[in-house]
Write a protein that binds this ligand. Structure first.
Ligand code: ATP
Ligand code: MG
Length: 608
């Protein structure tokens, strides 16, 4: 139930609107009661004109009856002075004015609610997005992406509609019910006591149905998440789907999930739709009983006047809509709670890569050191790195080579603290990077990822990564260094050209050069280049190679490459195999060793 507390805290941010909503609701309830009670004097004018009613209120001695008696006396006086027809007109005018004011007040209550409802949804969305940004990369598996999208859209909407939307009912209905009950007691307490006996019965029936709804709703949302994952995956791999003529298989996979979702939701709605007829039946039964009992009181002349009884019935019928919306709200809240749980799972997800409590300021004077690092990806049993130790002196260029899957990219990820090692440590100038502020550490490292991740925006936005005040001079400089200038200048709008989804309008090599330019934009002292030249042709590779050598001057670099020509000039070459270092040395030293590196070079020469 903690999540409802959190949600309520969000609602409380809109105190003023909330107070306005409650106040207008209360006022609206009073006014609507008056509007409906106006039927009583109306009936009295129609049926009793001329013969003043016997003063029953005085006989009963009740205070409420005295009030009614006084009111009917003034009404009789009105009729006596102006005549029945004028009095009738007067009553009609009063009803119209009451109705106008009542609806104005109702509108104002909704008016204040609109800010709460949309505001809370906005705050929740922001909270979710912040959380998503804060979660470690290990959290985002392919399967989770679609599920997260589903949570951010469907579940959030569900919370807005069901939980926040029912706030209105929660504040309005009880006020309306309470006021109506007071009025009913005032008119006839015997009858009201009678009616009240039936209320708990209805309540139990309805809440029994509602509680079963929640579990079903939660499972439904899970299914929807899986469904959206399928969609997201298919959209992302459309090229493969078409090229391999795999559409029928993808359709089968999708419709299997879709069918499961359909069955679940059908069951859910069958149950949800039950609430309305059940509560309507229960309330109509209560009215039927009231008609019998109250009618008898009137017929026997036992302290209930005919027109008051009709007024009573009208007021009683006004209890039914709020009572029903309250029971509907109960259903909705149960459904919404399942969605709120799903939002909460993300909001409470553990941030495994944590900011230090007392961060040490970043300084890089001497070295980067991997010390006996062991790391396995979450969910996999094998270690990606095992006993990995490496010292990189400031200013040095170290190349990482090794077979695919040997752990090269993992080394880069650990240096950027995208993951934390299971044991051992990564240190900069002897300080464990877990003691550095993450942002500060990462700002000092330029990272070119193996797969250049570009955004559907302009060249400029991609290089400066949405820097609100991009430095045009710097962009020109770094794109020049990355040999990206020549193709950028040929784009229709230069730096301002949109590059399409994931940079889809650029060639692989152009994307890579853009990614290199981005890594250089903040002039980082440390560069990490993962396969930076793999997607380039011989000429492109030569250009980038020359550029990289230029940008490495005065920088410390960790270069990961399959193409050995790229790493030949590194100060040191580290050969990896299955998460371990097997050879270290310069190109000449390793060639002389005639070990793994020698073998790799020989193989590439054969290929080349
Ligand atoms: N996100 C991940 N989740 C689980 N296992 C992973 C993940 N990324 C990599 N691995 C595993 O960790 C091991 C090391 O992967 P890594 O990406 O570091 O290799 P690599 O040397 O960069 O390979 P390549 O040259 O093909 O890029 C591999 O066995 C791989 O299957
Ligand atoms: Mg890799």
């Amino acid at each position: 139930m903690r999540r409802f507390g959190d949600l309520f805290k969000l609602v409380l941010r809109y105190r003023l609107n909330l107070a306005g909503n409650i106040a207008f609701n209360a006022l609206g309830s009073v006014l609507s009661l008056f509007t409906f009670l106006a039927i009583v004097p109306f009936l009295r004018i129609l049926f009793r004109t001329g013969n003043a009613a016997p003063d029953q209120g005085a006989e009963n001695g009740g205070q409420a009856d005295a009030v009614f008696a006084r009111l009917s006396q003034s009404l009789d006086a009105l009729v006596a002075v102006h005549g029945a027809e004028r009095a009738l007109l007067f009553m009609c005018g009063a009803i119209a004015i009451l109705a106008f004011v009542k609806n104005l007040v109702t509108y104002l209550s909704f008016y204040s609610l609109s800010t709460i409802r949309t505001g809370v949804a906005r705050d929740l969305r922001n909270q979710m997005f912040d959380r998503i940004l804060a979660l470690p990369v290990g959290y985002f598996t392919e399967q989770r992406k679609g599920d997260l999208i589903s949570r951010m859209t469907n579940d959030l909407m569900e919370v807005e509609f069901s939980v926040i939307g029912t706030l209105e009912v929660l504040f309005k209905a009880p006020i309306m019910i309470l006021l109506s009950l007071i009025t009913l007691f005032a008119i006839s307490w015997e009858l009201t006591l009678f009616a009240l006996v039936f209320m708990p019965v209805a309540g139990v029936v309805i809440s029994r149905i509602a509680t079963t709804l929640r579990g079903a709703a939660g499972r439904g949302k899970e299914r929807l998440g899986a469904l959206i994952s399928r969609l997201e995956e298919t959209l992302g791999a459309m090229m493969v789907v078409k090229a391999f003529d795999a559409a029928p298989r993808f359709r089968d996979r999708f419709s299997e999930h879709n069918e499961g979702y359909f069955r679940l939701m059908r069951r859910l709605y069958k149950r949800e739709y039950l609430s309305s007829p059940v509560s309507e039946f229960v309330s109509m039964s209560v009215i039927a009983v009231l008609l019998g009992v109250g009618g008898r009181l009137v017929l026997r002349g036992e302290g209930l006047e005919g027109e008051l009884f009709i007024g009573y019935l009208v007021v009683f019928s006004q209890i039914i809509p709020p009572a029903r919306s309250l029971s509907d709200a109960l259903f909705k809240v149960q459904k919404g709670a399942a969605s709120l749980d799903r939002l909460d799972e993300v909001l409470q997800a553990e941030v495994t890569v944590e900011e230090p409590k007392e961060p040490v300021t970043f300084g890089f004077e001497t070295s980067i050191r991997f010390d006996q690092v062991r790391f396995g990806y979450p969910g996999s049993t094998a270690a990606a790195l095992d006993g990995f130790s490496l010292d990189i002196t400031k200013g040095e260029t170290v190349a990482l080579v090794g077979a695919s899957g040997s752990g090269k990219t993992t080394v880069a990820r650990l240096l950027l603290r995208l993951y934390d090692p299971d044991s051992g440590s990564v240190r900069v100038d002897g300080t464990d990077i877990r003691e550095l502020r993450m942002g500060e550490l990462r700002r000092h490292i330029g990272f070119v990822t193996q797969d250049p991740l570009l955004f559907n925006d302009t060249v400029e936005a991609n290089i400066a990564l949405f820097d609100p005040t991009p430095d045009a001079g710097r962009i020109a400089e770094v794109s020049e260094v990355a040999h990206a200038r020549e193709f950028i200048d040929q784009l229709p709008e230069g730096d301002q050209t949109p590059i399409g989804d994931g940079g889809g309008r650029l060639s692989g090599g152009q994307r890579q050069r853009l990614a290199i330019a981005r890594a250089l934009y903040h002039d980082p002292p440390i560069l990490v280049l993962d396969e930076a030249t793999s997607a380039l042709d011989a000429e492109g590779e030569r250009l980038v190679q020359a550029a990289i050598e230029r940008v490495m001057e005065g920088r410390t670099a960790l270069v990961i490459a399959h193409r050995l020509s790229t790493v030949r000039r590194a100060d040191r070459i580290v050969v990896m195999s299955q998460g371990r270092i097997v050879e270290v040395g310069t190109h000449a030293e390793l060639m002389a060793l005639e070990g793994t590196y020698h073998g790799m070079v020989a193989l590439q020469q054969l290929e080349g």
